[in-house]
Design a binder for this molecule. Structure first.
Ligand SMILES: [Fe+2]
Length: 343
């Protein structure tokens, strides 16, 4: 037994893990103890505050179900999800920046021909999306698979709309021989992350809102290159400056100007907007992802998780990310949307 003051206690705790066999785990635990003790000392945490913190974590645990992961929400609103994503996907040589995939990617989205309408007649502002996929040295990546998914004009993904009978606002497109792709869609809406649990209480207590800005998800794969997972954000929507999940990077914000009337690529009449973006993939050989052993927390496809969304028969049940998830929380979403209107 040792007579311990604050500093020697920290050392003693770290030393207690000295026999940890896995060197990465040993390093992570030592750093965790150092930073956690430093945090407690920094804010001179009271007994009551520590008790409240433990109770918060316990309630967060109780809020988790097979379909909901409150700790991932916590990770998102604290910016840890994006920090981990950024550390593991550093940009280099002008390659496109990444963003987490969220919970609503489906591996079996239908492949549609270039120029097809993945909105399948859903109402909304018509959007023509076009772009290219290339390597860092400007070489077009022919036949790259461009997997796209997004929310509708009310902020819901198809998996959250059981009345839909086929994949909607999601599809895969294959770039042509020049690495170019195009498809038709509608402008997505911003939406709230689930705010009815302890994380929502944290947001309320700190004067924060639960909204994410409108975005379109992309997952672009080409042989010999790191698969790019990212999001594009229309430049004129709300919450770009204060995304609840910190997902917005300036390079991913894109203007969507109005197209000339009658000049829509599909030849149809009526208003339409254009979104153009050129994606640059990182060659696998030059990948510099951090691989320190502990690795990323992976849930589903690769990042955070939020809750399971019970979808259609043709869609998998997906454990998702805090990216959004208002599937089974219509009440709190309604409340959040009231907040949106109020704000
Ligand atoms: Fe999303």
């Amino acid at each position: 037994m040792t007579d311990l003051d604050g500093n020697s206690l920290t050392r003693e705790v770290i030393d207690r893990f000295a026999d940890t066999g896995d060197p990465r785990l040993k390093a992570v635990i030592a750093s965790l103890v150092r930073h956690l003790h430093g945090f407690v000392q920094d804010v001179e945490l009271t007994v009551e505050e520590w008790g409240a913190a433990l109770e918060f974590l316990a309630r967060a645990g109780r809020a988790c179900t097979e379909g909901r992961q409150e700790f991932v929400l916590l990770s998102d609103v604290l910016g840890v999800t994006m920090l981990v994503d950024s550390i593991n996907h550093p940009t280099a040589g002008g390659t496109t920046e990444t963003a987490p995939p969220g919970p609503f990617h489906a591996a079996d989205a239908p492949e549609l021909p270039l120029g097809a309408d993945m909105a399948r007649g859903q109402p909304g502002e018509r959007l023509h999306v076009e772009g290219s996929v290339s390597s860092g040295d400007g070489r077009p990546l022919a036949n790259a698979v461009v997997d796209v998914w997004q929310a509708d004009e009310n902020g819901y993904y198809d998996m959250q709309r059981p009345e839909l009978t086929e994949p909607t606002l999601r599809a895969r497109f294959r770039a042509d021989g020049r690495g170019r792709f195009a498809f038709r869609s509608i402008l997505p809406s911003h939406y709230p992350i689930p705010a009815g649990g302890p994380v929502g209480e944290l947001l309320n207590a700190t004067g924060r809102h639960p909204f994410r800005p409108a975005h379109i998800h992309f997952r672009i794969a080409a042989e010999g290159y790191e698969t790019l997972v990212t999001q594009l954000f229309p430049a004129d929507g709300p919450y770009l400056a204060d995304d609840a999940a910190f997902g917005v990077k300036p390079s991913l914000v894109v203007a969507c100007p109005q197209g000339a009337p009658g000049d829509a690529p599909d030849g149809s009449a009526g208003p339409w907007r254009r979104l153009a973006y050129d994606f640059v993939l990182k060659a696998q050989a030059s990948a510099s992802s951090v691989q320190k052993g502990a690795g990323r927390h992976v849930c589903g496809e690769g990042t955070s998780a939020g809750e399971v969304v019970l979808g259609h028969a043709h869609m998998p049940t997906i454990v998702g990310l805090a990216d959004k998830n208002h599937a089974d929380e219509s009440t709190q979403v309604d409340q959040a949307r009231e907040n949106d209107i109020r704000g």
